[in-house]
Design a binder for this molecule. Structure first.
Ligand SMILES: Cc1ncc(COP(=O)(O)O)c(C=O)c1O
Length: 402
């Protein structure tokens, strides 16, 4: 059967393949500690679930506006604007079934085939997939290690623009970052804004983790001078409200782009589920302390996971203040244990300890010249006890190999 050629350019979230391997290992009667998927095993706050039941009882079960229901667009314009020190109108907000659809729709709205789009690598794998699927030139920018975490290699990013064969139209910027857990310094964020203005780039600010932080405050690149009119914010309910499976998010965009995104909605899914949107209004406007309880629990899990990993000799692990990922370097540890391929190391860890995790290879195509090995632990899907049990087992296995 001959399928469309463009499917050859479509990537995927290969972390789901790690889920399959973990499920297969579990089906053979083994205990598995699932650190591979950034899902949250905490309930959605009750006020949101109740609002959904009420909305269904009220008959909010039919089609609704492609760009989203008015109360949700209003609530999001106010909430997202206020948290960033910006003013948005409901017409800037286009509701989506999750944060992820914003990525492909942004690419479709701003990129012509052959245009270059800059994206973080390691980064969320859907950026690379969507740029290439829609015929763009994927321009990966990379990170360097610092004493406390990771920083964008700005010189390399500028080189990527200079060496692009076509026009460069956009940059995808994910702050706070998956999988690295890192956050831009004010200087780094300003440097990205300067580059966007200098090269007249539109920016997709993926702010999926904007409120997922344990100390300090988040800043949006949209709030830097000259940036609001060239930035589309990706917003999602998935993390803050533990709503990954509900599929609710939004794009916040300059009007011309917002209108195009709404038109894409009409073509793709008609609308986001009405009663799910009504529940989202309750989440944004409600006084429930659900998001705080979720964040407090993730904080405890961060501390537990980091404390275990930090004890492992040969594993270098920054302790991020945001997201729910740890991204340690395992080069020395792998060498000591006799592994030269990170996938083989991950498989051996699963089979010896039940600890399942992703590797750097799941976050965009590895770039030429990369010398070190990294893995990612997502601690959002395990209790503190399970985190301690799983990671201490991993530590003992590594130590025994000395
Ligand atoms: C950086 C980043 N952007 C976007 C998304 C998509 O979020 P959603 O589940 O709302 O589609 C994720 C999900 O893990 C993410 O890590």
């Amino acid at each position: 059967m001959a399928l469309a050629e463009r499917l050859g350019n479509l990537g995927t979230e290969t972390a789901f393949a790690v889920s399959l391997a973990a499920a297969d290992w579990a089906s053979k009667g083994n205990r598995v500690y699932p650190f591979h998927l950034g899902d949250i095993n905490l309930p959605t706050p009750a006020n949101i679930a109740e609002a959904m039941n009420v909305a269904i009882a009220e008959g909010k079960t039919g089609y609704c506006a492609a760009a989203g229901i008015a109360p949700l667009r209003e609530a999001l314009a106010h909430d997202i604007g206020q948290r960033r020190g910006l003013t948005y109108e409901p017409t800037n907000v286009v509701v989506q079934p999750g944060g992820k659809p914003v990525i492909g729709k942004f690419i479709q709205a701003v990129m012509n085939p052959g245009d270059g789009v800059l994206y973080p690598n390691p980064g969320y794998p859907i950026y690379e997939s969507m740029i290439e699927y829609y015929g763009g030139q994927s321009l990966a920018y990379r990170y360097v290690q610092t004493d406390t975490g990771f920083a964008i290699d700005i010189d390399h990013l500028r080189d990527q623009i200079a060496s692009a064969s076509g026009r460069v139209t956009a940059i995808i910027y994910n702050n706070l970052q998956n999988p690295l857990g890192c956050e831009s310094s004010p200087q780094e964020m300003q440097a990205i804004a300067d580059i966007a203005i200098e090269h007249d780039l539109l920016v997709l600010a993926d702010e999926a983790y904007f409120e997922m932080r344990y100390s300090g405050d988040s800043t949006s690149i949209a709030s830097l001078p000259g940036m609001q009119d060239r930035t589309v914010i990706l917003y999602t309910f998935s993390k803050k409200f533990a709503m990954t499976g509900w599929r609710l998010g939004a794009a916040v965009a300059p009007i011309a782009i917002a209108e195009s995104l709404a038109k894409l909605n009409t073509n793709d899914e008609s609308c986001t589920t009405h009663f799910v949107q009504a529940a989202g209004v309750a989440g944004i406007t409600g006084s429930g302390d659900g998001p705080k309880a979720i964040l407090d629990e993730l904080h405890r899990r961060r501390d537990a996971a980091w404390a275990e990993l930090a004890q492992i000799d040969g594993l270098v692990c920054p302790r991020p203040e945001a997201t729910f990922y740890l991204f340690p370097k395992v080069t020395d540890l792998m060498a000591r244990m006799g592994f030269d391929e990170v996938g083989a190391f991950a498989t051996a860890a699963l089979h010896h300890t039940g600890v399942s995790f992703c590797t750097r290879k799941h976050f965009g195509r590895p770039q030429p010249g990369e010398q070190h090995h990294f893995v990612r632990f997502a601690y959002s899907g395990l209790s503190v006890d399970d985190i301690q049990e799983g990671l201490s087992g991993l530590r003992r296995w590594i130590e025994a190999a000395k």
